[in-house]
Ligand binder design. Structure first.
Ligand code: 5AD
Ligand code: SF4
Length: 443
């Protein structure tokens, strides 16, 4: 009988993409996906290292799983435990030392080797080299029929923000070739995909080359969006995550003239204080960020923004925190994420001792999140009674209910006796419940 596997994904959308790719590779090699760890012969934990809480989750899950593995063994059954993702890359052997029941460790650029390694029991247990190229050329076309798909086009980061593990876990910046991305997009669209989110830790630094009429041409993110938008059947393109200093005119020009490129930009600032931004090695100031937002709004009037904030970076004063709130008041983000600073091993900021008192950080985070939520609600309320395009991607929980997203990523629920999945339709937004709308199809 075929061996079964279950993948638990922690963290960001890049991990979601990797898990889907690993799932496809394993199925292609004859393994069967199961619904949970308990029913699986191979348990795979695709981990996240970005904050302490995320990586600690791995160890609590491993504790539970190793007991389960022992019990299975007593019944004469075998279970393999495999750790993939960013904790695997960062901690490698350490994981094996902390938990003896782990069989293999694969970093984010090595998971494609897993099916082969499983077939012949190997003495090497840790696989964590940094060669993205080998990974992407080993992936197989997805069979997924989902309407909205993720596609990794870039990995790694050369920015080295002082708090961030990404340059150490995902390695140096690598951009996938246009041909490779194009082929995957065609396959996805053939299967019914209508929306594509181009992923990268630093997607706005995407850069590759194509040869046209014997001449080498540099391809940036804007060019890539233009190339992909010619694919018939693909209705929407998004990208994630950008660094403010990499947003170039080539990309903004696409926002101006390419209707398939959605008017929503996730643009992390991290802090509104120049003093903290400098300590964070962010390479941009508050003024640069705010002028960029103004410039983009002039080019694309309906552009909405989201951001990431870190609260309680070492040395953050009340004044620095107020400056972050001022940026929030000025931009009025459509939505945003905010996190407590978490010292990560190996990062420059983890060596600083000017840590902020936990209660102060909690208070600041609460205050920031309540303002961000208020702005998100205000943004959403401004759409009530408006008619917008909604791309329907699935069924809702209620009978005859369908769920879709607006160009600004707002979720919308609509009742219909006809199947709406895969359709892009005009919807009048009538009601808002917390962060999602109820709407009615326009006649
Ligand atoms: N502590 C808290 N938040 C962090 N992020 C990255 N590293 C840390 C850290 N050490 C946040 C940043 C980034 C998002 C993905 O996670 O805001 O943009
Ligand atoms: Fe991390 Fe983003 Fe900074 Fe790169 S740009 S180091 S991924 S926070």
């Amino acid at each position: 009988m075929n061996q079964s596997f279950f993948i638990k994904t922690y963290g960001c959308q890049m991990n979601e993409y990797d898990s889907e790719k690993l799932n496809d590779l394993l199925e292609y090699n004859g393994y069967k996906a199961s619904k949970n760890f308990e029913e699986s012969d191979i348990a795979i934990l695709n981990t996240c290292h970005i904050r302490k809480k995320a990586s600690e989750k791995l160890y609590s899950d491993l504790g539970r799983l190793s007991k389960f593995k022992e019990n299975k063994k007593k019944l004469g059954k075998r279970m393999q435990i495999i750790v993939t993702g960013c904790v695997a890359q960062a901690e490698g052997d350490e994981i094996l030392k902390r938990n003896k029941s782990v069989d293999y460790i694969f970093g984010p650029q090595s998971f494609h080797k897993l099916p082969k390694i499983l077939k012949k029991s190997n003495s090497d247990k840790v696989y964590n080299d940094f060669l993205c190229e080998n990974k992407f050329s080993s992936l197989i076309p997805s069979k997924s029929k989902e309407v909205s798909k993720l596609i990794t086009i870039q990995e790694g980061c050369d920015k080295f923000c002082s708090f961030c593990v990404v340059p150490y876990t995902r390695g140096a910046e690598f951009s996938r070739s246009v041909e490779n991305i194009y082929a995957e997009t065609i396959a996805l669209v053939k299967n019914g995909a209508k929306e594509l989110t181009l992923l990268g830790q630093n997607v706005s630094s995407y850069e590759s080359n194509v040869i046209k009429d014997g001449i080498r041409k540099k391809i940036r993110l804007g060019d890539l969006c233009q190339i992909l938008s010619h694919i018939q059947g693909l209705e929407r393109i998004r990208y994630l995550t950008s660094h403010p200093i990499d947003i170039d005119d080539n990309l903004l020009d696409q926002h101006k003239k390419n209707p398939k490129l959605m008017p929503f930009l996730h643009l992390p600032i991290q802090s509104g204080s120049d003093r903290i931004l400098k300590k964070m090695n962010r390479k941009h100031s508050k003024t640069f960020y705010l002028s960029l937002i103004e410039k983009i709004k002039k080019i694309k009037k309906n552009m909405a923004f989201s951001s990431d904030f870190i609260v309680g970076y070492p040395g953050e004063t009340d004044n620095d925190f107020q400056e972050s709130l001022e940026v929030i008041e000025k931009v009025r983000f459509a939505s945003s994420y905010s996190f407590k600073y978490s010292p990560r091993p190996g990062t420059p900021s983890s060596l600083k001792d000017s840590l902020i008192d936990c209660d102060v950080v909690d208070r600041r985070l609460k205050e920031m999140q309540s303002i961000l939520n208020k702005h998100q609600t205000e943004f959403n309320l401004s759409f009530i009674d408006k008619t917008v395009d909604v791309l329907f991607s699935g069924k809702g929980k209620k009978p005859n209910q369908y769920v879709g997203r607006t160009p600004h990523l707002q979720p919308v629920h609509v009742l219909s006796s006809e199947n709406l999945v895969g359709k892009l339709l005009s919807v009048k937004l009538e009601d808002l419940t917390s962060y999602s709308f109820h709407g009615r199809l326009s006649a």
